[in-house]
Every structure is written in structure tokens, then in C-alpha cells.
Design a protein around this ligand. Structure first.
Ligand SMILES: Nc1ncnc2c1ncn2[C@@H]1O[C@H](COP(=O)(O)OP(=O)(O)OP(=O)(O)O)[C@@H](O)[C@H]1O
Length: 357
């Protein structure tokens, strides 16, 4: 049987990308078509290596070839990815900036930012993490890098800060430049300059995602980051209590302000329930149930997932190895991986919508 490239493209034009609601051919996601007798191979270029729909899309392609051409064809599909980007993030080489924010302090924003960054990297993406929390930088402790000082290097005749690499991601924290025992009286302009330097004066190289751990609340740093760099979207972290949810709403309100206008990628509910290690099936909703989900519904944003309150998360963070790195297939790590997949999905959707405007 002889088949042609046109027949293959015609068949695959019946396969829709479920998030982007267009067919794979229109989206230019089918490449490298090769036909050798009854053997067909092609690549599907996904929008992120963390794509949770990878298996579904691959099956749909096989079914389309079988249905529209023939069941007798031997199909070899290379599922690969090229992370999409908005036109310009303001930081050379960086495709997407993901801000992680919370209204209230202590809700686990840094824990989510660190594990999100690691889970994205484990999917095969190039990832950086900026700890912009001047009031309580957590990256040095969470990554076992207390006392670390980034080096400077010369890149294209300019002096650049070299981010520190750990567990496959590039890191910079405001805590690498301050003495943890000396309080720093940050003034507005100083803060703004220091934060911009973490983005602009560092040698980030090529990154698919630069995750930014913002301080709690809504302040100078939020304004500086969102108004200086076109942030792709924000992940909002909350706990289920009403006080945390009320503050989270204020944080969301800031991102939605016309002058800021950063899309909300979704809501993560942290410390959603308590699970004793010896009874992992038991869930105790000690702070109330579904607060994060209701908040997401209220603002018509995706609910990204719920993380249990477990000792392993705080212990691994304190010991310098975030849980996604420490127990890669444990229940908490698995939930972080799912959240990372949903975040990557939302980034692709935001970018696709932007490219249409
Ligand atoms: N799901 C969880 N289970 C157990 N401990 C957690 C969980 N999430 C966070 N923690 C712990 O709670 C503490 C606060 O977390 P984290 O530093 O991530 O919060 P934050 O919102 O970034 O705080 P800050 O307002 O200081 O920036 C840390 O000790 C962390 O290990």
C-alpha cells in the first residue's frame, strides 16, 4: 500500500489538542513525517514536556491513522516538545516567568515554588527559580545552600551573576547576598534595584520556565516584578482557612488590576488535610474543606491541586532536599508533579491565547 504525506496530514487534522481546541496540523504540531512502505513515523511537538495529555494525544493519532488510512500501517510516533513562549519576557533566553504568590505568609508558598520548579525540571524542561522573598528568603535552606555565594562571570563583555545549580535547576535567592543574622532595612528603591538585578544581571541561559517565589501580600516587589517583566501567569497558594482565603483574594485582585493584568494560572491549596504516615488513606480536614477549590471557582481559574499537611514536606524542606527531589514517587511528590503538569498546561493555554490577540 502506498500512502502520502497529504493523507497523513489529512488524517491527523482530525486530532484535536484538547486544551488548545484546534487540530494538531493547524497548530503545526506534526513534523518529520517519514513514509517507508507500510511504515510511518512522525513527531508530535507538544507545548511542554510536562504535558499530562501526552498519552491521550498519542493514542488519538494512532486511532486517526488506523481509521482514516489503514489499520495495517506500522506507526512510530516520537512525542517531543518545544515549550511555547510569549513574544518577550524581558529576560533574554527565558521563555516564561511563573510567579508564585500568596496573600498570607507561612501558607507554603516557597514550598510550592521549590517543588513546582523541581517537578517541571524532572519532566525535562529547563528551569530557574528566583527567591524574591526579601523578608524571609527560603531557597538557601530548602536547597541546602546556606552561606553559598554566586560567582560572577564575563558573558559577551558584561559581568553576570552565575545562578547556583542544584538538583537540575538554576537558583538565585536574595538570601545569597545578605547575612542571615543581620536584618536588612530594605527601602523601596533598593528593593526594586535588587530584584531587577536577579532577573537582568544573571546568566540564566536558555530557560523554559523561570519560577519566582514572591513575598507574601502585595507590595513593592510584586509591582516591580509584574511591571518590569511580562509575567506569563501567577500561581496562587492558600491554605483552607478563611483568613488565608481572604488574603489570597486580595493577592488575586492585585494580579487582575488593569495596570498589572497577569493571568491567574490557578490556585493550589496547601495543608489541605492531615494524613498520618501510618494511615495514608485517612484524610482529616482540620482547617476546613475545599476552600481553595471554591476560591478557584469564584475567580474562574483552574484548581491546580491540594497538598496534604505531612511531616515529610517540612522535614525535607528543612533538610535541604525538597520532597519532589527526596521521595520522587511518594504521595506528596506525586501531587506536586500533577500540579506542575497543570501549571505547564495553563502556561501553554495562556501563550496560545496571547498569540491569537
Ligand atoms: N504541606 C505541608 N506539610 C507540612 N509542612 C509544610 C507544608 N507546606 C509548608 N510546610 C512547612 O511550613 C513552613 C512554611 O512554609 P513556606 O516557607 O513554604 O511558607 P511561605 O508561605 O513561603 O512562608 P513566608 O511567608 O515566610 O514566605 C515551612 O517550615 C514548610 O516546610
Amino acid at each position: 500500500m502506498t500512502i502520502t504525506k497529504d493523507q497523513v496530514l489529512q488524517a491527523l487534522s482530525h486530532v484535536e489538542e484538547p486544551d488548545l481546541k484546534k487540530d494538531l496540523v493547524t497548530l503545526n504540531m506534526i513534523q518529520d513525517i517519514n513514509i517507508d512502505g507500510d511504515k510511518l513515523s512522525f513527531s508530535v511537538i507538544l507545548t511542554t514536556p510536562a504535558c499530562p495529555l501526552k498519552g491521550l494525544i498519542e493514542n488519538a493519532c494512532r486511532n486517526a491513522i488506523a481509521h482514516f488510512i489503514s489499520k495495517e500501517i506500522h506507526v512510530d510516533i516520537n512525542m517531543t516538545s518545544r515549550v511555547t513562549t510569549q513574544k518577550n519576557t524581558g529576560v533574554p533566553g527565558v521563555k516564561n516567568i511563573i510567579a508564585v504568590a500568596s496573600g498570607k505568609g507561612g501558607v507554603g508558598k516557597s514550598t510550592v515554588a521549590a517543588n513546582l520548579a523541581l517537578a517541571l525540571a524532572q519532566s525535562g524542561a529547563q528551569v530557574g527559580l528566583i527567591d524574591a522573598d526579601i523578608y524571609g528568603p527560603s531557597v538557601p535552606i530548602m536547597f541546602g545552600l546556606e552561606g553559598a555565594r554566586p560567582l560572577a562571570s564575563q558573558v559577551d563583555g558584561k559581568t553576570r551573576i552565575e545562578p547556583i545549580e542544584k538538583y537540575g535547576i538554576k537558583l538565585l535567592s536574595i538570601g545569597f547576598f545578605t547575612d542571615p543574622n543581620q536584618p536588612v532595612p530594605w527601602r523601596g528603591p533598593m528593593v526594586s534595584t535588587a530584584i531587577k538585578q536577579l532577573f537582568n544581571d544573571a546568566d540564566w541561559g536558555e530557560l523554559d520556565y523561570l519560577v519566582v517565589d514572591l513575598p507574601p501580600g502585595t507590595g513593592d516587589i510584586h509591582i516591580t516584578v509584574t511591571q518590569t517583566f511580562p509575567v506569563t501567569g501567577a500561581v496562587i497558594v492558600t491554605t483552607p482557612q478563611n483568613v488565608a482565603l481572604a488574603d489570597a483574594k486580595k493577592g488575586i485582585g492585585m494580579f487582575m488590576m488593569e495596570s498589572i493584568n497577569v493571568p491567574i494560572l490557578g490556585v493550589v491549596e496547601n495543608m489541605a488535610y492531615f494524613t498520618p504516615a501510618e494511615l495514608p488513606e485517612n484524610k482529616y480536614y482540620i482547617f476546613g474543606q475545599n476552600g481553595g477549590r471554591k476560591l478557584a471557582d469564584l475567580i474562574s481559574a483552574p484548581f491546580l491541586g491540594e497538598i496534604p499537611l505531612v511531616k515529610g514536606i517540612s522535614e525535607s524542606g528543612d533538610a535541604g532536599t525538597p520532597v519532589v527531589q527526596e521521595e520522587q514517587h511518594g504521595p506528596a511528590a506525586t501531587e506536586f508533579v500533577r500540579i506542575a503538569e497543570r501549571v505547564a498546561q495553563q502556561v501553554a493555554i495562556v501563550n496560545a491565547k496571547r498569540s491569537l490577540t
